[in-house]
Design a protein around this ligand. Structure first.
Ligand SMILES: [Zn+2]
Length: 230
């Protein structure tokens, strides 16, 4: 009961919109655990029974990868984050304003897919608020971060998608991430850092690719597909 009271308090403080959307998914079975380490606070909420082993792995992943992503991309990123294992959420995971929701069924079937955390918390680091930020690049950078900072990618069978004819940089996720890795290696070290900074500052536009690399994104992609070796 005490736990539930705390949960309601927390919900009132931070989750009013979420609560309003899905009141039936928060139940008296809900549990909240708060962990503070090295200046970071993680609230872990679940509304269904969940593997304690997986729970600990998700928590450990957060405290491993988030500080690394923050340090490289955005030292002003949030220091308080909430993970919610939510039986009412049917995707894999989704992030909004410091809250990451996870589908418990996904982790039952894919217990090694711990770096879902690495992708999702990069969205908290990104903290893009502009409407001019292309979604494909937001997701490409999040998977780039998973590739660079991931702790269990190999074991989970996750890797960048090999180039095949018909792809485009706007395909997002691993396809865009691979293109970004290639562009940093062959064209401009720190390209992703500059793109990310500009997207957060709302100074991103297509011309930025040319400013940073001397080529438009379409020209870069043409070069990439003629020799996509990493
Ligand atoms: Zn994403």
């Amino acid at each position: 009961m005490k736990k539930y009271a705390f949960l309601l308090l927390l919900l009132n403080l931070t989750f009013v919109p979420l609560f309003a959307q899905m009141p039936d998914t928060i139940s008296a079975n809900a549990e909240v655990k708060t962990i503070t380490r090295d200046g970071l606070t993680l609230h872990f909420i679940r509304n269904v029974p969940f593997s304690p082993v997986t729970q600990q792995r998700l928590i450990d992943a957060f405290f491993t990868v988030y500080p690394a992503e923050v340090k490289r991309f955005n030292p002003n990123a949030a220091t308080e984050v909430t993970f919610m294992v939510d039986s009412g959420y049917k995707g894999v995971a989704a992030t909004s304003h410091g809250l990451v929701r996870y589908n418990p069924e996904w982790f039952k079937k894919h217990p090694e897919d711990i770096d879902v955390v690495t992708h999702e918390v990069m969205h908290i680091v990104q903290n893009y608020r502009s409407n001019h930020v292309p979604g494909w690049l937001t997701e490409g950078i999040a998977d780039y971060a998973r590739y660079v900072f991931g702790i269990n990618n190999e074991k989970s069978g996750w890797s960048l998608t090999a180039y095949k004819a018909g792809q485009n940089y706007t395909n997002a996720y691993r396809i865009t991430a691979r293109f970004l890795v290639w562009a940093e290696k062959n064209k401009k070290q720190g390209l992703v850092d500059s793109l990310d900074n500009n997207m957060r500052a709302d100074t991103y536009g297509p011309e930025l690719w040319k400013e940073l690399t001397g080529k438009t994104v379409d020209e870069l992609w043409q070069e990439y597909i003629t020799n996509p070796v990493l």
